[in-house]
Design a binder for this molecule. Structure first.
Ligand code: FES
Length: 111
């Protein structure tokens, strides 16, 4: 089973599991600030579930590519929307500061 490491925790999930669901089920802090209560609930439209992922994931979906091309995101940063990703192998996930996770510094101060 793939291992998902995030915020100092590691959880296992089924191959192909949705990354947002894995993180929320494990009660890991995917959302920042008000986005904890106000987000699109996984439709790929709000952009607040953006994270950096190292490891094996599904290819970006069309809605994910569209949303990450709109402010405050910048496609060049290579972030992913957790709600649009399926976990295909062991991954390391990093959340950045900002309502959309769009800032340069990681939550917790290290990447
Ligand atoms: S939860 Fe809104 S884009 Fe992922």
């Amino acid at each position: 089973m793939p291992k998902v490491s995030f915020a100092g925790e590691t959880v296992e999930c089924l191959e192909g599991a949705n990354l947002r669901s894995v993180l929320l089920r494990a009660r890991l802090p995917l959302y920042n600030g008000a986005a904890r209560a106000i987000h699109c609930r996984g439709f790929g439209t709000c952009g607040t579930c953006a994270v950096k992922v190292e490891g094996e994931l599904s290819e970006p979906t069309p809605v994910e590519q569209l949303r990450l091309g709109l402010p405050p995101h910048d496609r060049e940063r290579g972030l992913r929307l957790a709600c649009q990703c399926n976990v295909l192998g062991d991954i390391q996930v990093t959340k950045y500061l900002g309502l959309f996770g769009q800032k340069d510094d990681p939550v917790g101060g290290s990447s």
